[in-house]
Design a protein. Structure first.
Length: 462
């Protein structure tokens, strides 16, 4: 821990505490403890008025937890007793900094919040019974402790952000290259499938609002959640995005407003735009190189290395587009029994076949991870709770009905328990992971071979 904090900060913290007036420390602690609710309320009211900060703080769970956590943080920071635990206090600042980095709160907002805490405490001191000189000494000490805590948080924030940035870039390069030739043909086929559906609906006389939007097609989901990020350095990516927007926002809506003859003209423009997308798609795939980092050796799925990057990007996407996504934690029931009865080679064969079942149960834009052992995680993009439940239940049934072939040429059936949670607005993806983990626990303890769902307010079983 100290290598992160730096010997200098540790020394300065210790020196500040040892040289502080004990009576002043006691006075600050008593005032903070008595007014912690007021300090948190003032902090929260002012931060909510900031447009940048409100997007992080408006979630109801954040409101409740933040107020309690902030009060606890203030009390712990100034509770300097003979049994004062410096190591625990330092670690708390590091942890807070890492959380801020994980949910991508800009550091200037953190410092702004600290400034509000200083302003409010100055007001509290003015209304206390302290003499002016004593109040000034207490205020200076109060500010010094907050400042040094902010410095420690900022160091932890920077280190954590740097790690995240490196992971983001590695993931970007990885997502460009995985199964390159196969992915290119898969996405070209998905685009063609959308064209065929469009022609079918047009032949049946569907109006513009009924025609399938490209952004919600299998190709569209892949492009927005994977392709656009993977190929972000290529100018062709913006061309594809522009062509997709033209089709969905300009050309398709016109079907409801023009004559039958004009509809054929629009259809030709859509076809030309689609062919343009295919051309540029071929170009960017052909210019990309191969890379295999970040893949699970056995199943060829994503490993957990890129999970923070994927979830952070999904939260950013959901906030910008006012959408939701879901995660499923899946665990094979009684997997140890398979290894004990048939051997580890059989267990590996089951996991490899299961990975194929999971991939085939998902859309191109979805993500499938092997978390380790017999546990998998699926990220379902752009999906509501009701639809996510249907996908999870369909996945469970598909696994239960699948015959898994062992190296001995015998077949066995397996089942899996699934925990489902849907993004509800909280900026920290760890909250979502905890909900899914709790749901998986529910599924295991309610009989296995079922889907359990957890939300921030309730828990249900499908």
């Amino acid at each position: 821990m100290y290598h992160l904090a730096g010997e200098r900060i540790v020394s300065e913290w210790e020196a500040l505490i040892s040289s502080a007036n004990q009576k002043c420390l006691s006075t600050i602690f008593n005032l903070v403890q008595e007014n912690s609710g007021d300090l948190a309320h003032y902090f929260y009211d002012n931060m909510l008025n900031d447009e940048d900060a409100s997007s992080f703080l408006s979630h109801e769970e954040v409101k409740t937890r933040l107020s309690q956590s902030l009060q606890k943080w203030l009390i712990n920071l100034y509770n300097i007793t003979p049994n004062y635990d410096l190591k625990a206090t330092l670690q708390q600042q590091i942890t807070v900094g890492e959380v801020h980095a994980r949910i991508k709160i800009p550091i200037h907002l953190v410092l702004r919040g600290a400034r509000f805490l200083k302003v409010r405490f100055a007001s509290i001191l003015q209304h206390s019974q302290l003499e002016q000189q004593q109040a000034n000494v207490c205020y200076q000490l109060y500010c010094n402790l907050i400042d040094i805590a902010m410095e420690l948080m900022s160091q932890a924030y920077t280190v954590s952000s740097d790690k995240g940035s490196r992971s983001e870039e590695v993931y970007r390069m990885f997502s460009i290259s995985q199964n390159l030739a196969t992915e290119r043909e898969r996405q070209k086929a998905a685009l063609l499938d959308w064209e065929n559906k469009l022609m079918f609906e047009f032949t049946l006389g569907a109006e513009g609002v009924q025609l399938p939007a490209l952004r919600y097609s299998d190709f569209g989901l892949w492009f927005h959640h994977k392709g656009a990020h993977a190929f972000s350095d290529y100018p062709e990516t913006k061309t594809i995005a522009s062509a997709m927007q033209q089709i969905d926002d300009e050309l398709l809506p016109q079907f409801s407003e023009v004559t039958p003859a004009d509809k054929l003209h629009i259809l030709r423009r859509i076809r030309d735009a689609s062919h343009n997308i295919k051309f540029h798609l071929d170009d960017i795939f052909s210019r990309s190189g191969e890379m295999e980092h970040g893949r699970d050796v056995l199943t060829r799925l994503l490993n957990r290395k890129f999970l923070p990057t994927v979830l952070s990007r999904q939260i950013s996407h959901a906030r910008v587009h006012d959408s939701t996504f879901a995660i499923i934690l899946l665990d094979v029931d009684y997997f140890k029994l398979i290894n004990d009865t048939h051997g580890h080679e059989a267990g590996d064969a089951v996991l490899k076949q299961l990975s194929s079942v999971l991939i085939n149960s998902c859309r191109s834009g979805d993500f499938v991870f092997r978390m380790g052992g017999e546990e998998f995680l699926i990220v379902l993009v752009d999906i509501e709770l009701k639809a996510a439940k249907l996908v999870a239940e369909k996945m469970r049934k598909k696994i239960a009905n699948e015959l898994f072939e062992l190296p001995s040429k015998t077949n066995i059936n397996i089942t899996a328990s699934l925990g489902l949670a849907v993004y509800e607005g909280h900026p920290d993806y760890e909250v979502l992971l905890r909900l899914a983990d709790q749901a998986l626990y529910d599924a295991k303890h309610q009989g296995r071979n079922l889907v359990a769902t957890r939300t921030s307010e309730s828990n249900s079983t499908v």
